[in-house]
Design a protein around this ligand. Structure first.
Ligand SMILES: Nc1nc2c(c(=O)[nH]1)N[C@H]1C(S)=C(S)[C@@H](COP(=O)(O)OP(=O)(O)OC[C@H]3O[C@@H](n4cnc5c(=O)[nH]c(N)nc54)[C@H](O)[C@@H]3O)O[C@H]1N2
Ligand SMILES: Nc1nc2c(c(=O)[nH]1)N[C@H]1C(S)=C(S)[C@@H](COP(=O)(O)OP(=O)(O)OC[C@H]3O[C@@H](n4cnc5c(=O)[nH]c(N)nc54)[C@H](O)[C@@H]3O)O[C@H]1N2
Ligand SMILES: [Mo]
Length: 758
């Protein structure tokens, strides 16, 4: 057992009464109608609706309330009684709204009417759907095809997403970047490179059989709280948990199950992590190399003693390539180098390594703490190296578990929202719809932002999201966004991306997944894919927030009809009237993944679309799983220098990305403000600062551009020296667009080089 982890800042364990209070506060704030409990009870169950927040899987044997603090907040915020109407926009100019905080924009409530920007009055005004679609179509028709981007955030269901990708391709490009370009693109590209799977390899049963979980840079307590239930169960049966994270995250320390009356009454806490390694930001490559060194040393001893091998020799011989060069680097690298680059001690890494060796079945879990770095793909490859050493992929109770963000972010990629043409069965599309699909790769988010800044991108359609607020280079992005010919944002709530309108700008308000979606043939279901590649149907029952809302699918078909030339194979009206026809198209396009799609839509726990790596079939170039020899020992693109810090941009449990529900980060003990910079006490002292002092962070990327964020109060926090934290999205102004994962171009949001100015 690890020493007790000092976490004086936290208000107590994650889950528990704190989470109930925190949900109740949103409930109070957002005043949902009385049937809200009934709605929450239907969340994530067969025949119910699938959570609008994250992509954590839905178990077959669900709890009475299969939702968490995070999901409940997202649902309640969709069910708010507050309405953001044309009258509101009459009262507030866009210039004025730009001075509002993200939280205040969110509080205006659900958007109710389609809106058009009127430059003369600097206001959004009501517009009919017919006029909006027609004007959007007119503008799109004359623009060069390459200059238009079709962005999506991972909310929309598989049906709308499939048609959205089709719209872009028939229009004439593959410019289909997605929020995962800022998130798990490192997985889509990096994991795919080494095991031939762009997604995680485990399923629910594996969670129940694992002997150990190794967490790298993923924070289940805030970001996927339903994960804490299987973790709690795992602890009860004696599984071990090891965490690599610079920040002591409460959900990885202890948990009181808010779904368990006994736990709630007795305050019974489950200790989560057996070992908590506060690696410095960007230090995981060295840290994991250290774990591998422990394994290799133990294996050498076993060989010398004629004992059973520690590495899985049979698996490695049959299934992998690259072990020798990797192992020789492991042997060459000294513990002194590992300690320096990871910020961890050899004994701490040894204790974690011993747990790895002692555990028959291990799951490697990771999130943004690994993916959002300059060498994010190398981080991911290192987790795979560790797992491969003992055959921990493609075996019961073992595997690789990247935890996805948005509820359908993985699924949107599965059904064609992708900028890379090699991922798309273009021949099938040609056959189905009788057109010549564009064969040139489309743009990633990084390239789209650069294209915007260069004036090459003229129009952005956004199916959800808040791109202007979510990307690096925010100040420049706001200017470039507004300089376009056309912006169309399909949204449920007002956000900052709406406040930099292009010459022609539209806000198109859509239904939430909790709401009834009635079309020509009756009430429609949609579907989503979770982090374990299971697909579940979802039916909303709530009365829509406004009678003027359209479903995301109907908005896509509306734009398509107004923009594309007539083609009898494109039956937008029929598809809009009956979503099961779209599911048939998806099944035809992706027969292996979506067999009997309509029949299996409501299978409890969702239906599994399979994963070759789970079966030890490796779709890599080498047709094997690949050991990667790291070319450097940290995940950074810059060297340490005096006064330079590695800035982590962090999320609280009181936000969902750019949506800020409140100012209570209770797990970290930060209340009433987000304008803080967290530092270790010794860094505060060493830099001549005092707690409570207000400072400015300045980008130290080295390209000569001045990027700064002021007004941040210094707070002492339990952190490794050299690593500091500030909140995302506020801190996005500090990141440079060229600071991204080398392989996948995912912005490096977790170790931004900065200096502190007073
Ligand atoms: N409540 C809530 N839930 C969410 C979201 C939200 O904003 N709020 N967002 C959703 C989305 S889109 C996503 S992608 C997921 C994100 O969920 P996560 O993947 O958990 O993302 P983060 O919280 O950004 O970062 C995860 C952890 O990485 C740690 N970390 C930072 N740098 C490093 C490093 O160099 N090494 C290591 N080992 N750790 C590091 C941070 O301290 C943090 O605890 O959550 C989803 N769920
Ligand atoms: N510095 C820094 N930057 C980051 C990150 C980080 O950790 N640090 N994380 C990155 C990550 S992981 C991600 S995923 C991106 C997120 O980037 P985005 O996905 O673009 O942003 P969100 O904040 O999730 O989008 C919120 C908006 O979506 C709309 N919305 C909500 N529900 C629905 C719906 O059902 N349908 C539609 N059409 N719209 C809806 C609402 O209008 C809301 O304002 O940000 C990235 N940026
Ligand atoms: Mo994400």
């Amino acid at each position: 057992m690890a020493d007790t982890i000092p976490n004086p800042e936290s208000e107590g364990p994650s889950g528990g009464w704190g989470s109930v209070k925190s949900i109740a506060r949103i409930y109070g704030d957002t005043r949902p109608p009385a049937a809200v409990v009934e709605t929450l009870a239907r969340q994530n169950k067969p025949g119910g609706f699938m959570c609008v927040a994250c992509a954590w899987p839905k178990p077959v044997n669900y709890h009475p309330f299969e939702f968490c603090e995070n999901g409940a907040k997202a649902t309640l915020s969709d069910l708010t009684s507050a309405r953001c109407t044309p009258d509101f926009f009459h009262d507030h100019s866009v210039e004025e709204l730009r001075t509002w905080k993200d939280y205040d924009l969110e509080q205006t409530g659900r958007l109710t009417h389609p809106l058009r920007y009127d430059a003369g009055t600097d206001r959004y005004v009501e517009v009919t759907w017919e006029e909006a679609f027609e004007k959007i179509g007119v503008t799109l028709k004359v623009l060069p095809r390459e200059s238009v981007v079709f962005y999506s955030s991972g909310h929309a269901g598989l049906e709308a997403s499939y048609l959205y990708a089709l719209l872009a391709r028939v229009y004439g490009n593959n410019n289909l970047p997605q929020s995962s370009n800022m998130c798990h693109e490192t997985t889509s590209v990096g994991l795919n490179k080494v095991i031939g799977s762009p997604v995680g390899t485990i399923v629910w049963d594996d969670l129940e059989k694992a002997d150990a979980f190794f967490f790298f840079g993923q924070n289940p307590g805030s970001n996927s709280p339903r994960f804490l239930h299987p973790l709690q169960e795992a602890k009860k049966r004696g599984a071990r948990i090891v965490t690599f994270n610079p920040v002591v995250e409460q959900g990885l320390v202890s948990f009181v199950n808010p779904q368990s009356p006994v736990d709630m009454l007795t305050g019974h806490e489950t200790q989560i992590s057996d070992e908590y390694l506060q690696v410095q930001a960007g230090g995981d490559i060295a840290g994991i190399l250290g774990l591998c060194k422990v394994v290799v040393e133990a294996d050498d001893k076993a060989v010398a003693a004629g004992a059973a091998r520690v590495i899985d020799v049979d698996f490695i011989n049959e299934h992998t390539t690259g072990l020798e060069t990797f192992i020789s680097l492991v042997r060459q690298t000294s513990w002194a180098e590992i300690e320096r680059e990871s910020g961890l001690t050899e004994p701490a890494i040894r204790r974690a390594g011993e747990i790895y060796i002692a555990s028959e079945r291990v799951i490697g879990v990771y999130g943004m703490g690994l993916t959002q770095h300059s060498q994010g793909a190398l981080n991911v490859a290192m987790v795979v190296n560790l797992l491969l050493l003992r055959g921990n992929i493609g075996r019961e109770g073992a595997g690789c578990c990247p935890v996805r963000g948005h509820s359908n972010v993985q699924g949107q990629r599965t059904v064609g929202i992708a900028e890379k043409t090699k991922l798309i069965p273009m021949d099938k599309l040609k056959q189905l719809f009788d057109f010549d699909p564009p064969m040139k790769d489309g743009t990633t988010i990084v390239d789209a932002v650069k294209g915007l800044m260069a004036g090459e991108i003229k129009a952005f359609i956004s199916l959800g999201g808040n791109l202007v607020r979510a990307v690096p280079e925010q100040k420049e992005m706001e200017r470039a966004w507004a300089a376009q010919e056309l912006t169309v944002v399909v949204s449920t709530k007002l956000n900052r991306s709406h406040l930099f309108p292009a010459k022609n700008a539209y806000i198109l308000p859509c239904l939430s997944r909790t709401e009834d979606d009635t079309q020509a043939t009756g009430s429609q279901a949609v579907s989503t894919e979770d982090s374990f590649s299971h697909i579940s149907g979802s039916i909303g029952k709530r009365t829509p927030a406004s009678k003027h809302l359209k479903s995301e699918l109907a908005i896509v078909t509306g734009i398509a009809k107004a923009t594309l030339e007539h083609n009898p194979k494109l039956k937008w009206d029929e598809w809009e009237g009956d979503y099961s026809l779209v599911r048939q198209l998806i099944e035809f396009t992706y027969p292996k993944d979506f067999k009997h799609y309509n029949d299996r839509l409501f299978q409890p726990g969702g239906f599994y679309r399979g994963n070759d790596a789970h079966e030890r079939l490796w779709n890599t170039e080498e047709k094997k799983a690949v050991f990667t020899t790291p070319k450097q020992l940290n995940a950074l693109s810059f060297a340490d220098a005096d006064g330079r810090f590695r800035l982590i941009t962090m999320r609280s449990n009181d936000q969902f990305n750019t949506t800020i529900y409140g100012y209570s980060d209770r797990f970290r003990g930060i209340e009433g403000t987000r304008d803080v910079v967290l530092m270790s006490k010794s860094d505060i002292d060493a830099n001549g600062l005092v707690e409570g002092q207000v400072v400015k962070l300045v980008s130290d990327f080295g390209d000569g551009l001045r990027r700064e964020l002021g007004g941040l109060t210094v707070r002492a926090h339990n952190l490794p020296n050299g690593t500091i934290c500030a909140y995302y999205p506020e801190a996005n102004v500090l990141n440079a667009i060229d600071h991204h994962d080398e392989l996948s171009k995912t912005p490096a949001s977790k170790a931004i080089p900065v200096r502190i100015e007073v």
